[in-house]
Design a protein around this ligand. Structure first.
Ligand code: 6R9
Length: 647
């Protein structure tokens, strides 16, 4: 297979970069030959209260399973992201905030962000929050989101940020799972000119969360919202009562920093737990290396802080590296589809990092909305969240980057904390659609379904044979689930759930999930979650959900629904079910296609044959494979005959 055009490393990049090709090879060799020394240096980029002497202590084997990094060291994440920059960069802008409609923007220096973080920390302390307590953050993309996260880190509380697009039900599930007593929210959010009723969602969620004693509300808009006396207070009132300094809590490297819920192939979302030392070291190291970052450059990652990308590349990685990080409240196409590039011009953005789905959506609007902006300050582009099709990559490169900006296609997961595979702009020739090669110290491996290791140019299931400091440590409250989910499919290895191809140059091409997780506009969703929402509807007997290729979203959501006896298919019911899933999970989970099916294809043992459902949704009808093992092969004919015009 030909992999098309290769884009060599521009000469000026090889010269200016932290790592050129030779340095990259040397770093990879060093990580192999002297892992202890290599990883020690990664850890030493942080300021430690008690320096670590132990570097890595890991076993992926069930008998003696453990993942510990820098385990006898103590540090504080907020000190590393704020205090340590104050002396030399106190007046440098830490956060640029750009509002939804662009009418207001704001800048916070490191000194101001530290003071604000301390106020938040003191407010939390005054509410009785202690080291180890969980704090749920349900905020729009405003500076308070970063300050609240850093405040938790300052006092040793564990934050759980829930994306503002999640429904009250999803929010409630996350609050209950980690048993958090405090929720931080805003009266309302604004996104793409629309109001997001965050506080109303919290009120609804808390009907099933009796453990929540306090809600802290940030005023984002002028709208008055109902406040429950004794439970709800405005941050604006609370902050007046506290000082703007707060002693940081010394944390062990392996103390939890945050929980972030993510979808898996089965059941309810998992609380991915990251710890303090290894996570921050890896977020900072990768931010510097992948984006070739130098302190003071304006860095814009468009991800919401409700996702891991926002954690690692809006807040922790950039701030640990004394960056100026841009927080954007809005969406790519509001008020117009020039918005991203106007913001780049307004704030002189130098590094721009977004998701392929946004690029595809903007590509559809043509070149003019891009061309009418300057983008002259941008020197590097990045993508994350899903495979980027070469066509979108080439457009991003040619139109947005005017052919002069390398693109770093960064592959990683909530579980990995930060990037694991990516080109380095000064070291790696680019192939559109490939995340190229592992970062130094990262050990990918492809295996077949039986776990046989595949060498050379090949395709297989992507595993990692060894640990890196930013690896998740457990599923909150369910360590057994952690081990079973990630380390038992291929014993002794971490299984990513992704499939990949490796070409003759050793470049990796992620082909997508091989489990029942789908990636819709870069948002990860378990098909099981959507199915369980659907069967919660009174008309639905059974549902099966699969992904299918979608021009803009990457994957769309295709639902096969069997109705209860006495219920009848109708457009009204389709619309009702769509609205139902939106409300149950969140707007981004709304089904694209609902096909009513009298029956689903099942094996004789009753297992739904998803492979067939996927093929039908993909309109790949010539490839349905062997249907003879089905309990009732005729079901397939009906599904094909009534296939919805999905693609
Ligand atoms: C960071 C993030 C993880 C899944 C991952 C993979 C897909 C992420 C990608 C990519 C191809 C890339 N993915 N980056 N696929 N190329 N550069 O997105 O985390 O939300 O947990 O999703 O996203 O399938 O397994 P998360």
């Amino acid at each position: 297979m030909s992999d098309g055009e290769v884009f060599p490393v521009p000469e000026e990049w090889a010269k200016r970069a932290h790592m050129d090709a030779a340095a990259y090879e040397a770093a990879c060799r060093r990580a192999d030959e002297d892992p202890e020394g290599f990883w020690r240096e990664v850890g030493e980029r942080l300021d430690w209260i008690t320096p670590f002497t132990q570097v890595k202590d890991v076993s992926f084997n069930r008998e003696d399973f453990r993942i510990r990094w820098y385990a006898d060291g103590a540090l504080n994440v907020s000190v590393n992201c704020l205090d340590r920059h104050i002396e030399t960069r106190g007046d440098q802008v830490a956060i640029i905030w750009e509002s939804d409609d662009g009418q207001v923007s704001d800048k916070l220096t490191y000194r101001q962000l530290l003071a604000e973080t301390c106020r938040w920390a003191n407010v939390l302390k005054a509410k009785g929050v202690k080291k180890g307590d969980r704090v749920t953050i349900y905020l729009p993309m405003i500076p308070a989101a970063a300050a609240a996260m850093l405040a938790c880190a300052r006092i040793g509380a564990v934050h759980s940020v829930v994306f503002g697009g999640f429904s009250p039900d999803s929010l409630a599930g996350r609050i209950q799972d980690c048993d958090s007593r405090i929720v931080i929210t805003a009266n309302e959010g604004l996104r793409g000119g629309k109001v997001v009723p965050l506080k109303a969602n919290v009120d609804e969620a808390l009907k099933t969360c009796p453990g929540v004693t306090d809600v802290i509300v940030v005023r984002r808009t002028q709208t008055e919202v109902p406040m429950t006396p004794g439970r709800d207070e405005y941050y604006g009132d609370l902050k007046k009562t506290v000082p703007d300094t707060c002693d940081p809590e010394p944390m062990n490297a392996e103390d939890p920093l945050f929980i972030l819920y993510t979808s898996g192939s089965t059941g309810k979302p998992k609380g991915v737990l990251h710890t303090t030392g290894g996570y921050l070291a890896w977020a900072a190291y990768t931010h510097e290396l992948v984006f070739d970052y130098r302190p003071g450059e304006v860095f814009w990652c468009t991800a919401d802080v409700g996702w891991v990308t926002g954690h690692s590349y809006v807040v922790y990685g950039p701030l640990a590296n004394a960056a100026t990080s841009l927080i954007f409240e809005g969406v790519p196409n509001y008020p117009t589809s020039s918005r991203f590039w106007e913001v780049c011009d307004k704030h002189k953005v130098e590094i721009f990092y977004t998701a392929p789905t946004a690029i595809r959506a903007l590509m559809r609007e043509g070149e003019e909305p891009v061309r009418r902006t300057s983008r002259s300050t941008i020197r590097l582009l990045g993508t994350v969240g899903e495979p980027i099709n070469p066509e979108a990559w080439l457009w991003y490169h040619r139109v947005v980057g005017e052919g002069r900006c390398p693109i770093v296609d960064t592959w990683w997961q909530t579980e990995t904390g930060a990037c694991l595979m990516s080109p380095l702009p000064g070291a790696t020739p680019l192939k559109p659609g490939s995340c190229t090669r592992p970062l130094p110290g990262v050990k990918p491996q492809l295996v077949d379904a039986e776990g046989k290791v595949l060498d050379g140019a090949t395709s297989g299931n992507l595993c990692l044979t060894d640990s890196w400091p930013g690896q998740m440590r457990t599923v909150y409250g369910d360590h057994e689930r952690f081990i079973v989910t990630y380390f038992t499919t291929y014993p002794g290895k971490y299984f990513t759930g992704d499939g990949a191809r490796r070409d003759e140059d050793g470049y990796y091409w992620i082909t997508g999930r091989v489990d029942d997780v789908i990636n819709v506009s870069g948002h990860r969703l378990g098909t099981a979650e959507i199915e369980s929402a659907l069967v919660g509807h009174e008309a639905v007997a059974e549902a099966a959900v699969v992904g299918y290729p979608h021009e803009i979203k990457g994957q769309g959501i295709y639902c096969y629904v069997t109705l209860k006896v006495g219920e009848h298919p109708s457009e009204a019911l389709q619309a009702d079910l769509r609205g139902w899933v939106r409300r149950e999970i969140g707007p981004f989970a709304a089904p694209d296609v609902i096909q009513f099916a009298p029956g689903l294809p099942k094996t004789r043992s009753g297992k739904i044959m998803r492979r067939i459902l996927r093929k039908i949704a993909e309109d790949d009808l010539g490839n349905l494979g062997d249907t003879s093992t089905l309990a009732d092969p005729a079901v397939v004919d009906d599904l094909v005959a009534h296939r919805a015009g999905a693609s």
